[in-house]
Design a protein around this ligand. Structure first.
Ligand code: S6P
Ligand code: ZN
Length: 191
């Protein structure tokens, strides 16, 4: 990990974020994950393939940011926007990741929509915390995290985390989380 002495000095700045929609007009980085990027993540692979064909590979979620140096001392922040829907019975979710620098935490402030943040540790702990407008979720160091949209509108969150954190997707791609969230007879169920 880099030390304080290598932290880049930059000028203060501000930017506007629409707290109703999450729009961040000055964002310069725009990460788009489409349905086809989610192959291997959902239980029902055929339902995912059907969606990719039927809706021309729709956007699954997007991340907007105006980046800062990815160094110890800086704080990265972004808007995460996860669209509503289901693959089979399973609600749309983000890939989920550990931070590469595992001892880094993250704060999610939910601005719009409803869903859950599911989290796990490599020791086998699991937590699911409800997300809704005005609710903040603290993801402690060492916890992998994935957001899941169980509502009918986009799940929008403002995220803040140490800029050197990085993303490690490998474990989640292979092992997922201990529980999935599905709709059964109009109810949200953990399986
Ligand atoms: C970054 C933070 C979010 C996610 C975003 C997309 O640490 O947790 O910005 O990157 O919600 O999720 P994922 O799992 O595809 O990176
Ligand atoms: Zn993260």
């Amino acid at each position: 990990m880099k030390t304080e002495t290598s932290t880049m000095i930059i000028n203060p700045f501000s930017l506007g974020i629409d707290l109703e929609t999450g729009d961040m007009p000055n964002a310069t980085n725009h990460l788009v994950r489409r349905a086809s990027d989610m192959k291997g993540y959902y239980l029902n692979e055929n339902a995912l393939e059907d969606l990719i064909k039927k809706d021309s590979d729709p956007i699954h979620y997007e991340v907007f940011e105006l980046p800062v140096p990815e160094e110890y001392g800086h704080l990265m922040y972004c808007i995460s926007k996860l669209y509503p829907g289901k693959i089979g019975e399973e609600y749309f979710f983000t890939k989920g990741h550990y931070h590469t620098v595992e001892q880094t935490a993250e704060i999610y402030l939910c601005l719009k929509g409803e869903g859950y943040m599911v989290m796990k540790t490599s020791e086998g702990k699991f937590e699911a915390i409800r997300m809704e407008r005005g609710q903040m979720v603290y993801v402690p160091p060492f916890w992998a995290h994935r957001s899941i949209n169980t509502g009918v509108e986009p799940l929008v969150s403002f995220c803040i985390y140490p800029a050197e954190a990085g993303h490690n997707y490998g474990d989640i791609k292979e092992h997922g989380f201990p529980k999935r969230i599905v709709e059964i007879e109009n109810s949200i169920c953990f399986i």
